[in-house]
Design a protein around this ligand. Structure first.
Ligand code: TEU
Ligand code: CA
Length: 636
């Protein structure tokens, strides 16, 4: 399986570092973070330099141990990713379109202002009519809701507010009755501090002590290392009664499980098997790339910490035993059940993703990678405008280089992100067109689309006016951390731009909202719904959009034109990524318009009647695309 990669040292060159999979992804990530192009590294003058030279030259900026940290990370991976050009293995999860449900804010059936399982059941027909054939449910397990269910108290119980296990069984049966599939969220990097394991573990002599990361205070009364939590502050809680520290990469109530302990793995795998035995079709695995922490939990490199915003991350985002643990769950739980797995893997670049999703490696089926969600030099909690030209280049890179043994997930939104259309522009007059443009790309590019609830209604960000409307633990932590250092205006503007709350307001079809969200309402856009239905049907009817080849026809500024082809059938997707009109792409071949975001907007069946012929004639002469218009053509 690929050649052995050689160990790198200070005598290796920048080029060699960039050639190694982990070095490549780590450097690419750093460049992305500081907003520099790849050329900075690939140009000959730099790539030939020895690391020793670079380290000496940049000592002031990067510190002395930056390259130590980098080499340590790089040398933990000796497998070479394989990007096959061969035939794609057919799988159900490559052919479906997923819909993500965030249960708390999807549909409230009993009118208490909280979404629930009966609410989901009541919308299955709607989802089926939309053309959805697989669902991903964000966590529905028993939880004290410090992080809305991502802090699990009992993996075998349903959150009371959502319903009962009977409701769940009914939901699963109703999903399957419609030939749809259902995957659950698997949150096993951490549990709630109210989980029975953690409660036991707090006793120093408990057999559960080693289920988590506890460290005795060394007398200094400072945390054992400089790792920080994703929700601000140190990643360590001090526990007075035992004079020890406990690790939590997320909120203070989300305690990291120690995967080094084989009993943790056994218990987790047994739990996964119980759900699979019930008949669920697979899992979305929360921050699954964080489960293997480097032995000894070493101090994080400061430079990396500053660049990435999260000191310590290099010691766990691609940990030494990650592959081993992923294979273990697959072999002992997923494979025997034929279950599907998609890992949430923040921070992994393309090569690392190839190394966890290559089908020959038997780890994960797919991942959610996130580098397309922010343009270079920007972070989510920041008020800036997203440039779709970056999205295009990112997609082209992955379409061309990820390999046919790997398979991508395609998404713009989830419960951790604001709506992409609002990030591109706050000018609401463009939002309908943008929703449809994004839908066209998501449903015609190569990979499995994951639509987030409300995308199909054309929902945009909410106009929150105060922190009282924001319940999310991340935003609250961010506010507390930044409010002393920057103006209140700036802090709120950044939160308003990027808060996860935008994705967590009850969908507009619910009458009663919780008090903090009262009055927040957006009118669902029928036109966007029809566009989604039409595009979903097209994707299901035309396998070229699933298994077809991908070829770029034009990638000039604000233009993205590509072809998908299978068994002689060729489709061309012509997208205007800018707000201004542009010339449509000129094809030599005769072609037919299959779908157009502007002309067929209102018609649910996608019939555009006479206007198609008109467009066809115009097309041969050139024709125009309006701002953000997209069009799908079939070559005749
Ligand atoms: O998210 C993991 C993650 O790293 C982020 O996307 C994170 O929420 C934030 O954006 C950090 O900047 C997953 C879940 O999707 C998220 O909802 C949970 O809060 C988190 O894990 C912890 O379980
Ligand atoms: Ca309810």
């Amino acid at each position: 399986m690929g050649k052995e990669i050689k160990w790198l040292t200070y005598d290796s060159t920048v080029g060699e570092l960039y050639d190694s999979p982990v070095g490549h992804d780590a450097l690419a990530k750093v460049l992305l973070q500081i907003g520099l192009p790849e050329k900075v590294i690939t140009n000959k003058a730099v790539s030939g330099l020895k690391l020793r030279t670079i380290a000496n030259l940049t000592k002031k900026q990067l510190g002395t141990d930056f390259f130590d940290a980098l080499l340590n990370l790089v040398d933990s991976e000796h497998d070479e990713p394989r990007a096959s050009k061969g035939k794609i293995t057919p799988k159900w999860w490559k052919e479906v379109v997923f819909y993500q449900i965030y249960p708390r804010s999807f549909c409230d059936n009993n009118g208490d202002g909280i979404g629930d399982l009966q609410g989901i059941i009541s919308k299955l027909d709607y989802l089926q009519k939309l053309g959805i054939d697989a669902l991903w449910l964000s966590p529905i397990y028993d939880s004290p809701n410090d992080d809305n269910g991502y802090d699990i108290r009992d993996y075998d119980k349903i959150m009371e507010e959502f319903g009962t296990m009977e409701d769940f069984d009914q939901l699963l049966a109703e999903v399957h009755k419609r030939d749809m599939r259902l995957i659950m969220d698997l949150v096993v990097n951490h549990t709630s501090d109210e989980h029975i394991w953690y409660k036991q573990a707090r006793q120093p002599n408990s057999p559960y002590r080693d289920y988590y990361f506890f460290r005795k205070d060394d007398g200094s009364h400072t945390p054992p290392n400089n790792w920080t939590s994703f929700f601000s502050g140190s990643a360590w809680n001090y526990e007075e009664d035992t004079d020890s520290w406990a690790l939590h990469l997320f909120s203070k109530k989300q305690m990291d499980l120690n995967w080094e302990n084989p009993r943790v793995r056994e218990d987790v795998i047994a739990m996964v098997n119980r759900w699979l035995d019930k008949g669920v079709d697979g899992f979305r695995m929360d921050v699954i790339n964080y489960i293997s922490k480097e032995e000894g939990l070493p101090q994080g490199n400061e430079t990396i910490g500053n660049l990435m915003g999260f000191p310590g991350i290099e010691h766990y985002y691609y940990g030494p035993k990650l592959h081993q643990y992923l294979r273990e769950i697959r072999e002992k739980a997923f494979e025997p059940h034929g279950a599907f797995s998609v890992g949430e893997t923040p921070g992994l670049g393309m090569k690392m993703c190839q190394l966890v999703t290559g089908e020959e490696r038997k780890e994960l089926d797919m991942v959610f990678s996130f580098d397309h969600l922010e343009t270079p030099g920007h972070v989510r909690l920041e008020d800036y405008e997203y440039d779709l030209n970056y999205f295009r280049d990112y997609m082209i890179d992955w379409m061309e280089n990820y390999g046919n043994n790997c398979w991508m997930s395609l998404f713009y939104n989830n419960h951790d992100n604001p709506r992409m259309i609002s990030k591109i522009t706050k000018d609401a007059s463009h939002h309908t067109a943008l929703s449809k443009l994004l839908a066209v790309m998501q449903l015609t590019l190569k990979g499995t689309p994951f639509i987030f609830q409300g995308d199909e209604m054309g929902l945009a960000n909410y106009d929150f006016t105060s922190m009282d409307q924001i319940t999310d633990v991340e935003a609250k932590g961010y506010y507390a951390e930044h409010i002393g250092k920057e103006s209140e205006e700036k802090v709120f503007a950044d939160i308003l731009a990027g808060t996860r709350e935008h994705a967590r307001v009850l969908l507009p079809w619910n009458k009663k909202l919780p008090p903090c969200h009262e009055g927040l309402y957006q009118k669902p856009k029928k036109e966007v719904l029809y566009a989604y239905r039409r595009l979903l049907r097209l994707r299901h009817e035309e396998k070229a959009f699933v298994y077809g080849s991908f070829r770029v026809l034009c990638r000039k500024k604000d233009r993205f034109v590509y072809a998908r082809a299978l068994e002689g059938k060729v489709y061309v997707v012509d997208c205007n990524l800018g707000a201004k009109p542009c010339m449509a792409f000129r094809l030599k071949e005769r072609c037919k318009i299959v779908y157009d975001t502007v002309r067929t907007g209102k018609d649910e069946r996608g019939n555009s009647g006479a206007s198609n012929a008109v467009i066809s004639r115009k097309l041969r002469k050139g024709g125009m695309l309006q701002g953000y218009e997209a069009r799908i053509l079939r070559i005749l």
